[in-house]
Write a protein that binds this ligand. Sequence first.
Ligand SMILES: CC(C)(COP(=O)(O)OP(=O)(O)OC[C@H]1O[C@@H](n2cnc3c(N)ncnc32)[C@H](O)[C@@H]1OP(=O)(O)O)[C@@H](O)C(=O)NCCC(=O)NCCS
Length: 130
Amino acid sequence: MPPYNRERIDRFTADPEHKIIVVDQDKDRIVGHMQISIATNARFRGIGELFIYLHQDFQNVGLGTAMMREGLGQARARKLHRVELSVVAENQRGIRSYEKVGFQREGVKRENYLGEDGKYHDEIVMGILL
Ligand SMILES: CC(C)(COP(=O)(O)OP(=O)(O)OC[C@H]1O[C@@H](n2cnc3c(N)ncnc32)[C@H](O)[C@@H]1OP(=O)(O)O)[C@@H](O)C(=O)NCCC(=O)NCCS
């Protein structure tokens, strides 16, 4: 994960019509990346899926919350209807930061994520209506 190389940055920033991207820089390094991928299928028009990752040195100081507020503001400006995400149930910091910006828990995908510990973990589905 961060810091990214040029190839990954180019890949992430391709197709901006279907993405909202917020990045944080520390000097010449990208240390945080939030992305809302906007559905292209007509049945899911106006639906976005959020992804966020901060470099370890920049976690837990409010940056993720600020990035998501910025990204959701852009999503509202672009008239998105809903943004959703999935988070591993043990990721209490992630869940707390998502709730802070208005996401609600919508359900549980049981044992949907194979962790580095070799075990399956539940994922919480969260969503926000804009
Ligand atoms: C998850 C992530 C995006 C959150 O961003 P962040 O900038 O670290 O979070 P913030 O500082 O804005 O907010 C964190 C909140 O969680 C709380 N928190 C931290 N650790 C916690 C824990 N173990 N249990 C419960 N709450 C916790 C903090 O107190 C804070 O809430 P508060 O403002 O009410 O006190 C970031 O930590 C990250 O990138 N983590 C690694 C990758 C990851 O998990 N990505 C998400 C995958 S779905």
